[in-house]
Design a protein around this ligand. Structure first.
Ligand SMILES: *[C@@H]1O[C@H](CO)[C@@H](O)[C@H](O)[C@H]1NC(C)=O
Ligand SMILES: *[C@@H]1O[C@H](CO)[C@@H](O)[C@H](O)[C@H]1NC(C)=O
Length: 335
């Protein structure tokens, strides 16, 4: 038996309960009642044959040990998960530094002296930079936009820059395939304005936190809304749960940001964002309006846990140091 088991065993050993002072001071009926109860307890213990007491308490102790071991196992599984931000927390600004990977550094060498290399690689969470009402507005935009198409599997995206929208097992370009009237009834000038305002706020926050020059950082492709559910994957695009490095997936990425538009454990279950580190992984629990950003190299491998219930909305807003890979803010295509 383990040491913890022994300690637990002795803690669980039954003790004779003494009446508390308030109980002994109780007057009248309640005193009589407790006296009767005490008497009953005593007689029932004395009445039991000796071996039955032993068997009963042994069974109790065994149950306690199993419960304890179960809890210990559950705790050790969860101990491999460190939290950067919990859903029920309000995190004005929280930062976790990591050493920049060599691939990230060598990629940024091209931009050395240009003011686009971070003072230190890392991960940041900020609640409140994007207001709840801004986040709710973007959520409506995501819902309405993605409802024009939608993947057959569990992951759908809408990229307002290129017009790419998941539909069935592939993608359509909403700016080509949708009637102008249909586009106009779903998207409004104000939506695009807000989208740009939010992207600019995020860019400023990244520049400030990583100590880079604002004019050296550019919005890049792909920047998109995502909707995730527990629907089984139909194509590789539906498989969001694989560990990956953004810079390997999308060469253009230098800084990745995610703006969450739904609440973990309220709107959906599963779906936490997980940085995979040696020895201990680190989670970010999504929350409406929560912004998270990080350097995109292999110092920050990550994945999204599979959704088990509900729908998870977010926006991925990506930035590059490479001016030739910059993209414009989207505009409402009018007839
Ligand atoms: C992370 O690195 C930045 C930049 O070097 C530094 O200012 C900050 O104090 C560090 N934060 C932590 C939590 O170590
Ligand atoms: C971190 O996550 C990866 C991917 O799910 C997993 O293989 C690994 O065991 C996890 N590490 C820890 C310490 O929990």
């Amino acid at each position: 038996m383990t040491v913890e088991g022994v300690i637990f065993f002795s803690i669980m050993a039954p003790r004779k309960r003494k009446p508390t002072s308030s109980e002994t001071n109780d007057a009248g009926e309640s005193r009589a009642k407790s006296k009767r109860a005490e008497k009953k307890e005593a007689t029932s213990d004395e009445d039991l044959p000796r071996h039955r007491v032993t068997v009963r308490s042994l069974a109790l102790r065994m149950a306690a040990i199993f419960l304890f071991l179960g809890l210990a196992h559950w705790y050790s599984v969860d101990a491999g998960l460190q939290s950067l931000a919990k859903q029920n927390e309000d995190v004005p600004l929280r930062r976790f530094n990591v050493t920049c990977s060599s691939d990230f550094q060598s990629d940024l060498k091209k931009f050395k002296g240009t003011g686009c290399a971070p003072t230190q690689c890392g991960r940041v969470v900020m609640d409140g930079l994007i207001s709840k009402s801004e986040a709710r507005h973007l959520l409506e935009l995501a819902k309405n936009g993605i409802s024009l198409g939608g993947s057959n599997g569990g992951a759908s995206i809408l990229d307002l820059h290129s017009g790419a929208l998941s539909k069935g097992d592939s993608f359509i370009n909403i700016y080509k395939y949708l009637e102008k009237g249909e586009l106009g009834s779903v998207f409004h000038e104000g939506d695009f304005k807000l989208y740009s305002t939010v992207a600019k706020k995020i860019k400023r926050a990244i520049a400030k936190e990583f100590g880079i020059r604002l004019d050296k950082l550019h919005l890049t492709h792909p920047t998109f809304f995502s909707r995730m559910t527990n629907k089984p994957a139909k194509t590789i695009h539906d498989e969001y749960w694989h560990v990956h490095v953004d810079k390997e997936t999308y060469e253009t990425f230098d800084y990745t940001s995610l703006l969450y538009l739904a609440d973990y454990q309220k709107d959906f279950e599963g779906g936490r964002f997980i940085f995979t580190d040696k020895g201990s992984n680190m989670t970010v629990e999504p929350k409406l309006g929560r912004l998270s950003f990080f350097t995109s190299g292999s110092e920050n491998p990550h994945y999204v846990e599979r959704i088990t219930k509900g729908t998870r909305y977010a926006i991925t807003v990506s930035f590059t140091c490479d001016k030739t890979k910059a993209i414009e803010h989207p505009k409402l295509h009018k007839s």
